[in-house]
Design a protein around this ligand. Structure first.
Ligand code: ATP
Ligand code: MG
Length: 337
């Protein structure tokens, strides 16, 4: 077995602002289940980052920590192979953030393209929470605290990693050290999963998601109401497969690829009704979700045991982050004791 010290280190995670959905599975969870075998993986429940734009909803964040943990365990993230941690229970993270804030300019923060876009989307105008403006710096603290050299992200997160790399370089140069590790971006090759409304992205806040925790009935109802090709009016009409989320989901979740190819050809030719395709999709989704749902329900019977697993991971992570903090303070000549 490869010794732990030779394994690359990953930091990944989620903002606990609600349960996870099929988009999260395709975009990040599936990869994490694989990466936990080859990497030292830290998975962070970023509750402090969630507060930067949800300060009015701490209760929802606290509850989501449990819900997201259940989602993790249900899809096969194994606390023996991945370290699950709660961000706000690790004091070294905000401490590192405070040191890093002095190494980046306000001007640079204002020009982060993802933050700019999010400010627009959230309609903050001039009333931007200061914590929100600096969340990329707190992300740099998260990444460097665990000396992560690999960070799996979608396109929108690339500017965050770039800012992290800038902070690492500045720190190491300024304090003549190699204490901080430059992370590499591991981009996801998978496009965003569209919502059941056919909009570009399945998203909690758009109300167009199928959740990993949805009951069989809820999934059936959602699939029935799914957006398809709006020009496919009569069964005998030829239908479009591109931009039709029913087929996108089939590609993502149906195991019988030959059958999917056959359905696509038939749909494009004409003579295949939406309800028939949806029926097949529903079968495929239930087959995928059933075992996840079952495992989730089993873990959900003992929420305290789940939280204990997460607290255990948090203790491990706390030690790692604390050691980095000591190195950082040492490099700065700020270890008084
Ligand atoms: P919100 O509506 O609150 O923004 P969300 O449903 O968009 O929530 P996020 O927490 O913003 O979910 O997503 C976190 C990460 O999950 C993303 O950076 C991405 O990697 C992955 N992800 C989320 N939605 C999708 C999707 N539809 N397809 C692929 N990946 C997704
Ligand atoms: Mg989002």
């Amino acid at each position: 077995m490869l010794s732990m010290s030779h394994q690359k280190i990953i930091l990944t995670g989620d903002r606990p602002t609600g349960k996870l959905h099929l988009g999260h599975y395709v975009g990040s969870l599936a990869a994490r289940v694989k990466l936990q075998d080859t990497h030292r993986q830290f998975i962070m429940l970023a509750d402090m980052q969630a507060l930067t734009d949800h300060a009015h909803e701490p209760e929802k964040i606290r509850q989501s920590v449990l819900e997201v943990s259940l989602d993790y365990l249900a899809v096969g993230i194994d606390p023996k192979r991945s370290t699950i941690l709660i961000q706000s229970l690790i004091p070294a993270l905000p401490e590192l953030t405070m040191y890093y804030l002095n190494l980046i300019t306000w001007n640079r923060l204002k020009h982060n393209p993802t933050v700019k876009l999010e400010i627009q989307q959230k309609g903050y105008g001039e009333e931007i929470p200061a914590g929100f403006m600096v969340y990329p710096v707190s992300q740099a603290a998260d990444i460097t605290a665990f000396k992560a050299n690999v960070v799996p992200v979608g396109d929108d997160q690339i500017p965050m990693i770039e800012q992290c790399v800038e902070i690492v370089r500045k720190f190491n140069r300024l304090y003549k050290t190699d204490a901080l590790v430059e992370p590499e971006i591991l981009t996801s090759p998978i496009a965003r999963l569209p919502g059941i409304d056919g909009k570009a992205k399945m998203s909690k806040s758009l109300g167009n998601a199928i959740y990993l925790s949805d009951s069989a009935d809820e999934v059936a109802k959602k699939v029935k109401g799914m957006y398809t090709d709006p020009t496919h009016l009569r069964v005998e009409d030829p239908g479009k497969v591109e931009g039709n989320p029913v087929f996108t989901y089939l590609d993502a979740f149906a195991t019988d690829k030959a059958k999917v190819a056959e359905l696509k050809a038939h749909y494009q030719r004409g003579g295949l009704g939406d309800s028939v395709v949806k029926k097949y999709l529903l079968e495929a989704l239930q087959a995928f979700l059933d075992p996840i749902r079952q495992r989730r329900a089993e873990f959900a019977r003992d929420p305290q045991a789940v939280m204990d697993l997460v607290f255990k991971g948090t203790e491990v992570a706390k030690q790692v982050a604390h050691n980095t903090l000591l190195e950082v303070r040492g490099a700065m000549g700020m270890n008084y004791l």
